[in-house]
Design a protein around this ligand. Structure first.
Ligand SMILES: Nc1ncnc2c1ncn2[C@@H]1O[C@H](COP(=O)(O)OP(=O)(O)OP(=O)(O)O)[C@@H](O)[C@H]1O
Ligand SMILES: [Mg+2]
Length: 282
C-alpha cells in the first residue's frame, strides 16, 4: 500500500528523514518514537504536504507527484486540530466534504454517517467552540473518515485525552480498521498496544524497526528486572530505569538490563519494554 524508498527530508541543516525505507500494508500500525524524531515529518511527506528532497513514495502502486497533494485519498487527522469555532460540527464536515470533492448528492448522508461513527450524531448543531477536547478530537476523526478513504493517518490522536475518551478512540479504530491501512502516530506506547497489530518504531530518521507486538516484546526478553530501590548500583552492564512501583510498602525499580543479573526478579516484557530496549539500546 505505501512504499518509501530511500526517502530523505531536510529542514535547514537538519536531516530529519535520511535514506529511509519503509513498507506498509493493510492493518493498524502504531508509529512510535520520541518527541522530535520525525514522525510528523514522515506523515506529512506521505501526504505530500512536504516535498521530499530525495527518494520515492509509492502509494497503491502510484509514485507520488510533488505537485499533487494526497490529502484527498488519505484521511488525515493532524496533530493540531481545532478551528472554525463559530461553525457547527456538521458545517465543519460540510466544508471538508467540499474540499475533498464529495458530490452534493452524497454530502448529507456522508456527514451523518461520519458523525455517527464517532458518536457525535446528537451534536450536529453544536458549535465547535463548545466541544470538549475529546469531542473535538472525535470531530477530527469524523473529518478524516469523509469519503471513506482506505488509508487513514492519525497524528497523536490520544494526546491529552482522559482514559474514557482514549477508550472511545480505541473502539472507533476497531470499528473502522477492517480492510484499511491505519497509521497512528504517538509516543504513548500503551495506546498502540491494544489497537495496533503492527508496530513501527522510529529510532532515527534512517531506521524504523517494524514488527508485531510479539516481535517488539522479544527485544526485551530476559532484560526486564524488578529490583529493590537501593540495589540499582549492584546491576552489572548497561541499564535503564523504566519505572518505580510500590508493592506492600516496599519500592521497586523496573529496570532494563543488558546483562543477566544475580539480583532481582526477571519479568516478562511488555511492548513498552521492547520499545524502550530499542530506543535506549539496552
Ligand atoms: N516545518 C519545519 N521547519 C523546520 N524544522 C522542522 C519542521 N518540522 C519539523 N521540524 C524539525 O524536524 C524534527 C522532527 O520533527 P517532527 O515534528 O517530525 O517530530 P515528531 O516525531 O512528530 O515529534 P513529536 O512527537 O513532538 O510530535 C524536529 O527537530 C523539528 O524541529
Ligand atoms: Mg509529531
Amino acid at each position: 500500500m505505501i512504499e518509501m524508498k530511500s526517502v530523505s527530508k531536510t529542514f535547514g541543516k537538519k536531516k530529519v528523514l535520511d535514506n529511509l525505507y519503509l513498507t506498509i500494508d493493510k492493518g493498524v500500525y502504531g508509529l512510535l518514537g520520541p518527541n522530535g524524531i520525525g514522525k510528523t515529518t514522515l506523515i506529512r511527506s506521505i501526504l505530500g504536504l512536504y516535498d521530499i528532497d530525495d527518494g520515492e513514495i509509492i502509494i497503491d502502486g502510484k509514485i507520488m507527484d510533488s505537485n499533487k497533494k494526497n490529502t484527498g485519498m488519505i484521511g488525515y487527522l493532524p496533530q493540531q486540530f481545532g478551528m472554525f469555532k463559530e461553525l457547527t460540527t456538521a458545517e465543519v464536515l460540510e466544508y471538508f466534504s467540499i474540499l475533498k470533492g464529495i458530490c452534493a448528492r452524497d454530502l448529507k448522508k456522508e456527514i451523518v454517517r461520519c458523525l455517527s461513527v464517532v458518536n457525535l450524531q446528537h451534536d450536529r448543531k453544536t458549535l465547535v467552540g463548545a466541544l470538549s477536547g475529546g469531542m473535538l478530537r472525535r470531530l477530527g476523526i469524523a473529518q478524516a473518515l469523509l469519503g471513506d478513504p482506505k488509508l487513514l493517518i492519525f497524528d497523536e490522536p490520544t494526546a491529552g485525552l482522559d482514559p474514557e475518551e482514549r477508550m472511545r478512540f480505541k473502539d472507533i479504530i476497531a470499528s473502522i480498521s477492517k480492510d484499511r491501512t491505519v497509521i497512528i502516530s504517538t509516543h504513548i506506547v500503551q495506546d498502540v498496544d491494544v489497537i495496533c497489530n503492527h508496530i513501527l518504531i522510529m529510532k532515527s530518521g534512517s531506521n524504523i524497526i517494524q514488527g508485531t507486538k510479539e516481535e517488539i516484546r522479544s527485544f526485551a526478553r530476559e532484560k526486564v528486572y524488578r529490583i529493590l530501590c537501593g540495589d540499582q548500583d549492584k546491576i552489572s552492564g548497561k541499564r535503564y530505569i523504566e519505572n518505580i512501583e510500590e508493592d506492600g510498602g516496599t519500592n521497586y525499580y523496573k529496570v532494563l538490563c543488558s546483562d543477566r543479573q544475580k539480583i532481582g526478579t526477571v519479568l516478562s516484557p511488555t511492548v513498552e519494554d521492547g520499545y524502550m530496549s530499542i530506543i535506549k539500546e539496552v
